[in-house]
Ligand binder design. Structure first.
Ligand code: IPD
Ligand code: CA
Ligand code: CA
Length: 270
């Protein structure tokens, strides 16, 4: 399995360099939907990653966000987000990454998330631990929500259907604070290395989370959906944490799902 991870690391580094070149050149974007941006860099990075995977692993399936789908009967499938954080990228906001996750017969076995801005390579393989630039990483030791820093994200597509602001508000009242990085893979990587205690989001896609879920698990964290069921690549939402705060976080979600708001939104005055 080591060769899968090593190859994924090399490909992510190459794609990250390509993203940086585009970033430094200035960025034009198109719209996939009303608010859903895509840049030339998304497409160029995906082309590179899919080509490299095809050369190294010709029998594997590959599912990339920008339409790069190569299906085979192989039990191996690569999930590729060639540029996670496109909205940041398109606004020259330096928080984005490239991420590749590998599943074998329905089980995540390898994943990388590369942030070319900070030159941070997060990597994990099943049973082998999680690493940042070659050094072992672990989820944080914070035991309670009131000393936790959490992150979440909001969808570009179907944003009018998003209920997440309710969860965001409640969590912001009982923690050290909330972050919204604009990159789900970075949020997951930061839970794995202890910069965040937890993260959740509705409506993510398999390529956003495949590598990050494995990283969090291999770093000693816990991954579920927001009700405490299994975290599924194709599920409606995920909740990940350092494991220690997980039950407390799920209890908060349970209240919000049931409409029991611990802290009502203050009325706007003035
Ligand atoms: C998005 C980012 C963002 C999250 C969105 C994702 P993209 O991915 O991960 O943080 O909130 O839900 O779609 O479109 O930049 O690859
Ligand atoms: Ca993404
Ligand atoms: Ca993307």
């Amino acid at each position: 399995m080591a060769s899968y991870l090593e190859t994924a690391i090399d490909i992510a580094r190459e794609a990250g360099a390509l993203l940086s070149q585009h970033f430094n050149r200035g960025i034009a974007y198109d719209l996939k939907g009303e608010y859903d941006l895509v840049t030339e860099a998304d497409r160029a990075s995906e082309k590179l990653v899919v080509e490299r995977l095809k050369n190294h692993f010709p029998t594997h399936s590959v599912l990339g966000e920008e339409g790069g789908l190569r299906e085979s009967s192989s039990e191996y499938i690569w999930y590729v987000d060639p540029l996670d954080g496109t909205t940041n990228f398109a606004h020259s906001y330096p928080a984005f990454n490239v991420t590749l996750g590998l599943e074998r017969a329905g089980e995540l076995i390898a994943g990388v998330i590369f942030d070319p801005v900070r030159q941070e390579m997060f990597a994990a393989e099943l049973g082998g631990g999680a690493f940042l630039n070659g050094r072992r990483i672990h989820a944080s030791k914070a035991a309670t929500l009131d000393v936790s820093l959490l992150a979440t994200g909001f969808p570009s597509r179907k944003r009018h259907q998003s209920v997440n602001v309710h969860f965001f508000h409640q969590a912001s009242m009982v923690t050290h604070g909330m972050r919204r990085s604009g990159s789900a893979a970075i949020d997951l990587a930061y839970v794995a290395c202890g910069r965040l205690e937890g993260f959740w989001e509705f409506g993510l896609n398999p390529w956003d989370i495949a590598a990050g879920l494995l990283l969090v698990r291999e770093a000693g964290g816990r991954t579920t959906d927001m009700h405490g069921g299994p975290a599924e690549l194709h599920g409606p939402h995920i909740a990940v944490s350092n494991s220690l705060i997980h039950d407390e976080l799920l209890a908060l979600f349970s209240d919000v799902f049931a409409g029991r708001y611990r802290y009502p939104m203050p009325p706007v005055t003035g």
